[in-house]
Design a protein around this ligand. Structure first.
Ligand code: GZL
Length: 308
């Protein structure tokens, strides 16, 4: 019998061929997303898994279409990062009825039925928001206030936007001197982050802090702040999330004040989980990624060694 599939380097699927994974990616909206896509694609190659990959341009209907096409193609396993938390039950039930296991990566869904996916691999976004709030509380401890904060939220309805908002609010809510004077979505992109920050600056003469849910929006906001003749990192302190290269550069340059890391390097763990699921091994319902935080001094030290 000749061995079917891509030679013996492949990971054997249940039927003996090479394992195929259908992956639906959110889009290409940020530096984080680009790094995440590279991690998934590189890890699939290393694992000998045949990856079918689609970019949804941040539209839920495109992700649902992609998942349906993976079901039609009878892939061995489906993985995706849900652009928003809600509206997945129908298509996930179709995958379950087709006996195709689903792995959530990066972002999660709000489905009550936890049997619709095997596991969720990704960061604890609420904790990321708490870390941002804790730094600001410490940084402002000698200030009487008010400390006026504007917030650039991530994509409306997405898990990172909901959870980073709630974690931050939970911590700063303990002290009435902190006032979130404006909060709006910048959709995780530089362009929208700049546009919304320009509006914030026009309607709020006295902004002390910007809390941006990702580096790309923070970098767009820096352009708006400088355009308004103010000094980012001095006139307006900036707290951001991700720690991608451009964000870390701005942190080292003093334009951003603090970054909470959110690791995009989920590829290797995703492939390991897929192999375990296909081998019918037990996997944890939740796998939380390791990540840290960076001050300006720490950014200067690690900048040269950052992978993305
Ligand atoms: C977080 C991820 C977010 C990043 C953004 O895990 O979903 O989406 O923080 C990206 O940069 O666009």
């Amino acid at each position: 019998l000749t061995s079917c599939g891509k030679g013996d380097s492949g990971t054997a699927a249940p039927g003996g061929g090479t394992t195929t994974m259908g992956f639906s990616q959110v889009g290409a909206e940020s530096g984080w997303r680009t790094a995440n896509t590279k991690s998934v694609q590189d890890a699939a190659k290393t694992a000998g898994i045949d990856l079918k990959f689609s970019d949804a341009q941040q539209k839920q209907e495109n992700q649902i279409k992609a998942i349906r096409s993976y079901i039609q193609q009878k892939v061995d396993v489906i993985a995706f990062s849900p652009v928003v938390e809600s509206g997945w039950d129908t298509v996930l039930k179709e995958a379950k009825n087709a006996n195709i296991p689903v792995i959530l990566t990066d972002r999660s869904v709000d489905s009550a039925d936890k049997t619709l996916y095997k596991t969720f691999l990704g960061s604890d976004f609420v904790e990321e928001g708490r870390k941002a709030g804790k730094w600001l509380t410490e940084e402002s401890k000698s200030e009487a206030g008010p400390v006026n904060i504007v917030e650039l939220q991530g994509t409306t309805g997405s898990a990172p936007a909901n959870d980073r908002k709630s974690g931050f609010a939970e911590v700063i809510g303990a002290d009435p001197k902190f006032k979130i004077v404006a909060s709006q979505s910048g959709d995780f992109t530089r362009a929208k982050g700049k546009e919304v920050m320009e509006a914030f600056l026009k309607s709020n003469p006295d902004i002390d802090v910007l809390y941006a849910h990702n580096d790309d929006m923070a970098l767009g906001a820096i352009e708006a702040i400088e355009g308004a003749g103010k000094v980012p990192g001095k006139d307006i302190k900036i707290i951001s999330v991700d720690a991608v290269k451009d964000g870390m550069q701005a942190l080292a340059d003093g334009k951003i004040s603090y970054i909470v890391e959110c690791s995009p390097l989920l590829g290797p763990q995703l492939m390991d989980l897929a192999k375990k699921v296909l081998a019918k091994e037990d996997v944890p319902a939740r796998v939380v990624t390791e990540e840290t935080t960076f001050t300006q001094e720490q950014a200067k030290k690690v900048l040269a060694s950052r992978q993305y």
